[in-house]
Design a protein around this ligand. Structure first.
Ligand code: DHB
Ligand code: FE
Length: 290
């Protein structure tokens, strides 16, 4: 990697990735929310419980005015830094994901996080992910099959993959990266098989210079997520699954800040006998559409 690329990329700031994540979320929400019906009873109950839970904490912990004002200032800053998507995806999305996917018999899901972009370039079943000529990292071949819960292969299934680069940055959210760097959509072959050629991602630290980083430092926590691959796997007539896959031995598998690791999502890579780098097998099983 050239020093120049490195410099530009490491100038990434929380407020920039936060602003990009907020803008991305807003445009996807706008498309989804047309025609939505407001259920007053439901909103009153859930919002009422959230407010009651916060009041209980204030009373039990005897929260002072100084602490209350620090909270107000911090919440204002989360908005200014555009970090609401980051905050919610790190500390709340895992529970929403648990509720959303508890009915599934097929593959386990995990959180989407703030850095998904739809419509990444389409690649054949065995294509190579878009990357820079000098992209640093260990080559990784990720092979498997997409099937239905009854074992039927799902030809033409789509596998969307996105992941961080060797410095922990995502394209379109950090400066200096090509638009679709380390993002692609593979179309599975006739037998539902795929062979994804990519690189092993690095562990990822959520931005430390914004409001979320300020909370993490003040609370004495760490900001790390273990190295992970993000995937969305889908096929006609089946429920799309959003998930993540992890690598054994990562020190943060056991204390992911986003609480998004599950034992079923652990890969088992081995040295690739035919090429430099590693190879790993992982199959996906999709539930039928309800
Ligand atoms: C965040 C970033 C991720 O890459 C991820 O997978 C989950 C959450 C975040 O910064 O909020
Ligand atoms: Fe991520």
């Amino acid at each position: 990697m050239s020093a120049e690329t490195n410099d530009v990329e490491t100038e990434a700031r929380a407020a920039d990735s936060g602003a990009n994540a907020s803008a991305q979320f807003r445009s996807r929400m706008a498309a989804q929310s047309a025609g939505r019906v407001i259920d007053t009873e439901r909103i009153g109950r859930v919002a009422g419980r959230a407010i009651a839970a916060l009041n209980d904490i204030v009373l039990e912990e005897k929260v002072s005015y100084e602490e209350y004002n620090a909270l107000k200032a911090w919440l204002i800053r989360v908005g200014e830094d555009g970090e609401w998507p980051l905050f919610l995806d790190v500390w709340l999305e895992h529970s929403v994901e648990e509720v959303a996917n508890e009915h599934r018999e097929g593959s386990k899901g995990s959180i989407e996080g703030p850095y998904y972009i739809p419509d990444a370039p389409e690649l054949p079943w065995n294509g190579t992910i878009p990357m820079r000529d000098d992209e640093p990292g260990t080559p990784l071949v990720f092979a498997g099959q997409v099937r239905a819960v009854d074992g039927t292969p799902l030809p033409g299934a789509h596998l969307e993959l996105w992941h961080a680069d060797d410095l922990g940055f995502y394209s379109q959210f950090a400066p200096g990266l090509p638009e679709w760097n380390l993002r692609g959509t593979w179309i599975a072959g006739d037998d539902g098989r795929f062979e994804i050629h990519t690189l092993r991602p690095a562990p990822y630290q959520i931005p430390t210079d914004g409001a979320c980083g300020q909370l993490i430092a003040a609370a004495g926590w760490h900001a790390w997520r273990p190295a992970h691959l993000h995937l969305k796997v889908s096929a006609a007539g089946h429920e799309l699954i959003t998930t993540q896959l992890y690598f054994p031995g990562d020190p943060h598998n056991a204390d992911d800040i986003a609480s998004a690791v599950k034992p079923e999502l652990m890969l088992d890579p081995r040295p690739n006998p035919d090429a430099e780098g590693e190879i790993v097998d992982y199959d996906f099983v999709l539930d039928p559409e309800a």
